[in-house]
Design a protein around this ligand. Structure first.
Ligand SMILES: [Zn+2]
Length: 420
C-alpha cells in the first residue's frame, strides 16, 4: 500500500522544506514534490519529522507496575511523537542479567506500541560493587548500552573497568554522574537561594561535574563511547565541550525541564519540581541552552520517571525524585524555547531525533529507504496540559495546567499510520 503525506513542512536533510513523503508498506519510498498515491494525508501547515528518539525513560516494568507499565508509558511516549525509546535498568529485578533482559524483550513484544529498547545495568543491582556480564548482556539486540542510571558509579576503578568492557563490544556507557561524597543526607533541591530560604539540604553542582570530569578523563585514556545523562550544570557542559574538542567519542543530553525551569520556578515546594539532578540556576540553564546551540549537548531526552500519587505527594524533602515528561517534551520545547527565540526549530528536531539515534547506532531518519517512523505535529494548535489528558499512569509533572503549542496529529510507526 502506498500513502503520500502531501504539502507538509518536512524535516529533510537537516532543513525544513515544503515536500511530500511517500510511504510504501513499512518504508519511506520517496521524498519530493507533487507525489501521488492511492491514499493521501493533507499535511498543509503541519510539521513532518522523523519520530522522536528518547535515550532516557523509566518504564517501571518489571517490579514497579503501580507507577507505570510498558503499556502505559510507551502509549504516553507515542502520544508525544516518539517512535524509539530506551528504558533504564533500575527495574525489579534489575536489568543486569540475560534472563531479565530476555523477559523484558518478551514484555515489549507484547505491550509496547513503539520501538522500545533497554540499557543493561553497568554493575549488578546498580550497587557499584560488581560488573555485569557485558559480553552476555550485549548479545541481546534490545540492549543499546550500559547504564547505572539512578546512581553514579562511585569507584573510579569500577568505571574504568566498565569502560574497557564496553569498548570490547563497541557498546556505550550512558552515565548518571553523581559523586556521593559531595552529597549531604536529605539533599532534595539545588543548593541555592530556594534551599537556603526554606532550610532544605541543597545539592551542589560539584556532585555532577566532578564525576563527569573524572569519566571524561578516563575516556581520554580508553577511547570508548560515553554519553552523559541529564546534564544540569554549566561546569558539566564546559567539561563535555573540552572533551569533544579533543575528538573523544563522547556525547551528552539535557532534559526539557532543565532547559525551561530553574530553582526559582519551584512553586510552594511542590514535590513535582523535585528530580535528580535538580532544577538549577539561571546561569546553568543558559549554559545548557548555549551547549545545545553550539552542539556540545547534542541530545534532548526526557528522564520520564512516573511515580504513584501517594508516593510522590509528600513534603519535598521526603518525596522521591523524578517527573514524567515524554508526552509533552516536544511541545514544551517548541513553546518555551523555539517560540521564544532561544533555540531554532531545526536544532531541537535534530537533538530529539537523528542525533540521539546516532548516539546508540540506530538507523533512523526521514529519508528514502528508511523505515517509516514519522511524527506529524500541528505547531499552531494550542492546548492545556491537564491530568485528564495524560496517557502515563502517573501525573507527576510540574507542567500541569501549562499552556502549550504543538499537538501531535499523526503517529507513524513502521508505516502504520494513526491519527491522534
Ligand atoms: Zn539519572
Amino acid at each position: 500500500m502506498k500513502t503520500v503525506i502531501q504539502n507538509g513542512q518536512v524535516f529533510y536533510q537537516g532543513k525544513i522544506q515544503s515536500l511530500d513523503v511517500e510511504i510504501t508498506d513499512k518504508k519511506i519510498s520517496a521524498v519530493g514534490k507533487h507525489l501521488e498515491g492511492e491514499h493521501t494525508i493533507d499535511a498543509k501547515g503541519l510539521l513532518v519529522i522523523p519520530g522522536l528518539v528518547d535515550l532516557h525513560v523509566h518504564l517501571r516494568e518489571p517490579g514497579f507496575e503501580h507507577k507505570g507499565t510498558i503499556k502505559t508509558e510507551t502509549l504516553s511516549a507515542k502520544h508525544g511523537g516518539y517512535s524509539h525509546i530506551v528504558a533504564m535498568a533500575n527495574t525489579l529485578p534489575c536489568m543486569d542479567n540475560m534472563e531479565t533482559i530476555a523477559d523484558f524483550k518478551q514484555r515489549v513484544a507484547k505491550d509496547s506500541c513503539i520501538h522500545t529498547y533497554t540499557y543493561s545495568a553497568i554493575t549488578k543491582g546498580l550497587k557499584g560493587k560488581e560488573l555485569v556480564d557485558f559480553k552476555a548482556n550485549h548479545q541481546s539486540d534490545i540492549v543499546m548500552g550500559f547504564s547505572d542510571d539512578g546512581k553514579g558509579v562511585q569507584s573510579q576503578d569500577m568505571m574504568e573497568q566498565a569502560m574497557k568492557e564496553a569498548k570490547k563490544y563497541e557498546s556505550i556507557i550512558v552515565a548518571h554522574c553523581e559523586d556521593e561524597s559531595e552529597l549531604q543526607p536529605g539533599a532534595c533541591i539545588n543548593l541555592g537561594r530556594v534551599s537556603k530560604e526554606n532550610h532544605l539540604v541543597g545539592i551542589n553542582n560539584a556532585s555532577e561535574y566532578k564525576q563527569a570530569s573524572r569519566d571524561l578523563k578516563l575516556v581520554e585514556k580508553i577511547h570508548n563511547r560515553y554519553h552523559i545523562c541529564h546534564i544540569s550544570t554549566k561546569e558539566t557542559v564546559q567539561a563535555l565541550k573540552e572533551a569533544k574538542a579533543k575528538g573523544l567519542p563522547v556525547s551528552g543530553e539535557a532534559c526539557p525541564h532543565h532547559l525551561i525551569l530553574t530553582e526559582d520556578n519551584i512553586k510552594n515546594l511542590n514535590p513535582n519540581y523535585k528530580m535528580n539532578p535538580p532544577l538549577r540556576s539561571k546561569e546553568d540553564l543558559n549554559a545548557l541552552i548555549e551547549g545545545i546551540k553550539d552542539g556540545t549537548v547534542s541530545c534532548i531526552s526526557t528522564d520520564h520517571a512516573p511515580h504513584a500519587f501517594e508516593e510522590k505527594n509528600k513534603p519535598i524533602d521526603q518525596a522521591p525524585f523524578g517527573i514524567i515528561g515524554n508526552q509533552h517534551a516536544f511541545s514544551l520545547m517548541y513553546t518555551y524555547l523555539i517560540k521564544k527565540g532561544l533555540l531554532d526549530l531545526e536544532t531541537v528536531i535534530k537533538a530529539m531525533t537523528i542525533q540521539p539515534a546516532k548516539v546508540i547506532g540506530l538507523d533512523h531518519d526521514l529519508a528514502v529507504g528508511k523505515d517509516a517512523n514519522i511524527a506529524i505535529f500541528d505547531l499552531n494548535a494550542k492546548y492545556m496540559i491537564t491530568e485528564e489528558s495524560l496517557y502515563s499512569k502517573a501525573k507527576n509533572t510540574p507542567f500541569l495546567n501549562t499552556e502549550c503549542y504543538g499537538l501531535l496529529k499523526y503517529s507513524i510507526i513502521d508505516g502504520k499510520i494513526e491519527e491522534m
